[in-house]
Design a protein around this ligand. Structure first.
Ligand SMILES: O=C(O)CC1=NCN=C1
Ligand SMILES: [Zn+2]
Length: 426
C-alpha cells in the first residue's frame, strides 16, 4: 500500500450518499452510514473509507504521514452550495423596513432598488473591495462546512462590470481554500440605462457580453432571472440558447415568484438546473424530470421574503422523482445569509425533507447541479478529499438543533482547513 498523507480516525458516524450521479426521488434517502469509521487520504483524493478496523487492516505496513482523531464526530462529504450571488458590493439593509412593511420584492426592484441598488454599489466597488468582501463570506461558508460554492455575476450589467465580477470569482477560486465555480448572469435585471428597452439590453447581452465572456473562459454556466417584470420566457430562451451555442451551460431562476413557465423552459433548453421553483407547475416538473434538470431549492429566500408559499419539494421527490438540491441563494437582497445549516433546518421545516434527503441535497445533488458529481459530493475512494466534521451524533441533529454552527472541522483537497481544538478534548 502506497504512502497515506492523512488518516482520519475516530469518526463516530460517517454518512455519505454514493455514486457520481444525482440521486433521484426515493434514492435521495439512501445514504451509507458507517459507525466507528476511518478515512485514508492520499494527496487530494480519498484512498480508503470504511469501518476503522477494516481500514487499519488494509493499511497494514503503509507509511502514514499524519493521523487525526475526529473525536467521535459525525463526518459527511464537504457541503456544496450551488447557487450564490457571492461577489457583490454594498448591502441592502436600508430596504428592510420596506420589505417588512409589505412592499413586494419585485416592486422594490421596479422602483430602482433591489438588484439595481446592488448594481450601483458593485459598479462603484474596486476589484479589491469585491474580493475582500467575498473572501470574508467564503470564510463564513468554510466555517459552516462548505467546500465548493457556485458564484454568479449579475450586479455589473455592463460588459466591463460583469467581467470584473467574474475575474474576482476566478481570483477567489485561486486564493481561497473553498472552490468557486463561476456563472455568468448578465441577465439578472434590466439596468437603469436600458429602462423600458429590455429587448435592446438582451441584444447587448447576446451580441456583446456572452461572446466575450465565453471567449475569455470566465464562466461555465449562464443563468437568467426569468420573472414577471424582469426577463420574459422569450428573452430568457434567446439568452440561454445563445449561451449554450457558446459553450455556457444553461441555468435559470425559474418561477420564483410567479408561474411564467420557467421550469418548462429549463426542460426545453436542456438546463443543468432550475432554481427557486416556488410557483412551478406540474407540467414544469414533468419537463424537469423528462430532461434531467436538477431543481435547486432555496428555502432561505422564501423564509426571508416572508412568503407563505414554498417549493413543492415533497411532490418533486415523491411524484416526479426529481433529484432535489439545496442552496443558500446567498445574496444581499432576498437571502443575505451564508448559513447552509440554516437552509438545512428550513428544508426540514418548510420543504418537509428528511435528514437523509437534506444531506443528499447538500452534497451529491448539489455537486451535480454544478457538473461536479464525478469529483465531489460523496465519500468514496477516488473522490476529492473534501470532508466536513460536525459536533453532532447524527445527521438528524443538524436541522434539529438549529441556529448554531455544528462544524468542528473541514478537510479540503486532503488538507485540514478548519480544526476546532475542542475535538481533542472529546
Ligand atoms: O435580489 C438579489 O440581489 C438576488 C436575486 N436575484 C433574483 N432573486 C433574488
Ligand atoms: Zn439567486
Amino acid at each position: 500500500m502506497e504512502r497515506i498523507d492523512l488518516l482520519l480516525t475516530g469518526i463516530g458516524r460517517l454518512v455519505t450518499p454514493q455514486g457520481s450521479v444525482p440521486r433521484y426521488g426515493e434514492e435521495m434517502r439512501h445514504v451509507l452510514e458507517i459507525e466507528h469509521a476511518a478515512i485514508a487520504i492520499r494527496g487530494d483524493r480519498i484512498a480508503l473509507v470504511g469501518p476503522q478496523a477494516d481500514v487499519l487492516a488494509q493499511l497494514n505496513g503503509a507509511e502514514i504521514a499524519e493521523t487525526l482523531d475526529a473525536g467521535g464526530c459525525l463526518v459527511t462529504p464537504g457541503l456544496v452550495d450551488p447557487h450564490t450571488h457571492l461577489v457583490h458590493g454594498g448591502s441592502r439593509e436600508h430596504e428592510l423596513s420596506l420589505k417588512r412593511s409589505g412592499v413586494p420584492y419585485l416592486d422594490i426592484l421596479a422602483q430602482g432598488g433591489g438588484i439595481l441598488s446592488t448594481v450601483k454599489a458593485t459598479r462603484a466597488a474596486s476589484e479589491r473591495e469585491l474580493y475582500d468582501k467575498a473572501f470574508k463570506s467564503l470564510d463564513i461558508m468554510l466555517l459552516n462546512g462548505v467546500t465548493t460554492v457556485e458564484a454568479k455575476s449579475g450586479y455589473g450589467l455592463t460588459l466591463d462590470d460583469e467581467r470584473k465580477q467574474l475575474r474576482v470569482a476566478k481570483r477567489l477560486h485561486e486564493g481561497h481554500p473553498v472552490d468557486v465555480v463561476p456563472t455568468f448572469m448578465g441577465a439578472h435585471a434590466v439596468p437603469a440605462e436600458y429602462k423600458g428597452r429590455s429587448d435592446e439590453f438582451v441584444d447587448l447581452l447576446v451580441q456583446e457580453m456572452l461572446p466575450e465572456v465565453a471567449r475569455e473562459g470566465l464562466a461555465e454556466f449562464c443563468d437568467v432571472f426569468c420573472e414577471h417584470g424582469v426577463f420574459t420566457i422569450q428573452q430568457s430562451r434567446r439568452i440561454l440558447q445563445e449561451g449554450k451555442l457558446l459553450g455556457l451551460i444553461p441555468k435559470i431562476h425559474a418561477d420564483e415568484i410567479e408561474s411564467l413557465g420557467g421550469a418548462e423552459l429549463a426542460g426545453e433548453v436542456g438546463a443543468i438546473s432550475a432554481e427557486h421553483l416556488l410557483a412551478a407547475s406540474d407540467e414544469g416538473m414533468r419537463m424537469l424530470a423528462a430532461n434531467g434538470v436538477i431543481p435547486v431549492l432555496l428555502p432561505g429566500t422564501s423564509f426571508n421574503l416572508g412568503l407563505k408559499q414554498h417549493a413543492r419539494a415533497r411532490e418533486m421527490i415523491d411524484t416526479f422523482r426529481l433529484p432535489v438540491a439545496l442552496s443558500t441563494d446567498y445574496n444581499p437582497g432576498s437571502c443575505p445569509t451564508e448559513s447552509i445549516q440554516l437552509i438545512m433546518m428550513l428544508a426540514s421545516l418548510n420543504l418537509r425533507l428528511l435528514p437523509e434527503e437534506i444531506i443528499t441535497s447538500c452534497t451529491i445533488n448539489a455537486a451535480a447541479a454544478i457538473g461536479r458529481a464525478n469529483d465531489i459530493g460523496s465519500i468514496e475512494a477516488g473522490k476529492r478529499a473534501d470532508l466536513t466534521v460536525f459536533d453532532a451524533p447524527n445527521i438528524a441533529y443538524l436541522p434539529y438543533h438549529f441556529g448554531i454552527n455544528h462544524t468542528f472541522g473541514v478537510i479540503k483537497n486532503g488538507k485540514v482547513a478548519v480544526w476546532d481544538r475542542r475535538i481533542e478534548g472529546r
